[in-house]
Design a protein. Structure first.
Length: 288
């Protein structure tokens, strides 16, 4: 039986699309309101996935009360969802607290996607070499709706403490890799994403939206864009969008270093060009 509690509007913005961003036949291209009202939208499935999306590296243990408060769903609905997710292996119950952790089935679900991304093997040696040189992690990210998600990260022994894990998320507007991923989209798709960012993240858009044109211009002119202290005050980064898609997904590389280790000159004259060279090498290897 389908229960029609709906996921909260604005908890996790629904975005993303192929080149034809406004194609109404593509569910990923629909704005949140239209999708939630669509007759083919399975609200129970969406609610279950929203429960899984509540967890993070800093909050690995959550209870039904936490889910209900965050998602705006009724307690009976949450109880049914958590019971089902435990039964299927996506959640496991902590006996001491009665709360839940993510279960091993989550890893099984994500592994086929990671396994098919040839970039993880093709770029390993060059990523490690650059990570050693820069003393900072080199990562590959794709877009998950209105955020960046990392699909590979390489760190060297001498790397700084910033180590984004596979599957960790970053904002689109405040990071170099986020701006590079927006640039990697087709123009119609990019415009649609910018509208959704403006609507769903108005404060972030007001603070950082005006910086997108400069990032796009840097990428057109230099092949990369740079960001200093927009995401975290202590971090700077450079990012390069790939000119080919990974399994149909726009992708980008980034390199992150502490602000004390890289001024604007080093980002522009050293780290940025080195990252561009790495990405072009990988693109050639993949047949671009």
């Amino acid at each position: 039986m389908e229960h029609h509690d709906r996921p909260p509007r604005g908890r996790r913005s629904i975005g993303g699309s192929p080149d034809e961003a406004e194609d109404p036949r593509d569910p990923a291209a629909l704005p949140a309101d239209a999708l939630l009202d669509h007759p083919s939208f399975a609200s129970t499935l969406a609610n279950g996935l929203a429960v899984l999306g509540c967890f993070s590296a800093t909050e690995p243990l959550l209870g039904n009360k936490d889910f209900a408060q965050r998602l705006g769903l009724s307690k009976p609905t949450i109880s049914r969802l958590s019971f089902t997710l435990v039964a299927l292996g996506y959640l496991r119950r902590d006996a001491a607290t009665g709360k839940y952790r993510l279960g091993p089935a989550v890893l099984s679900l994500g592994y086929p996607l990671l396994a098919q991304l040839a970039i993880r093997q093709a770029a390993a040696a060059e990523m490690l070499e650059l990570a050693r040189y820069a003393r900072g992690p080199v990562s590959v990210g794709v877009r998950d709706r209105l955020q960046v998600v990392y699909v590979e990260t390489t760190v060297a022994r001498q790397s700084n403490a910033t180590r984004p894990g596979i599957g960790s998320a970053r904002p689109l507007l405040r990071t170099a890799i986020g701006r590079a991923l927006l640039h990697a989209c087709a123009p119609a798709e990019r415009a649609a994403l910018e509208r959704r960012l403006q609507q769903s993240q108005p404060e972030e858009w007001q603070a950082y939206g005006a910086r997108l044109p400069q990032a796009y211009e840097e990428i057109e002119r230099l092949g990369f864009c740079a960001v200093t202290a927009d995401w975290r005050p202590t971090l700077a980064g450079v990012a390069v969008p790939m000119r080919i898609r990974l399994e149909g997904l726009p992708a980008a590389f980034n390199l992150t270093v502490p602000t004390y280790a890289a001024d604007s000159t080093r980002l522009a004259d050293d780290l940025g060009p080195r990252l561009v060279e790495l990405v072009r090498t990988i693109e050639s290897r993949l047949g671009a």
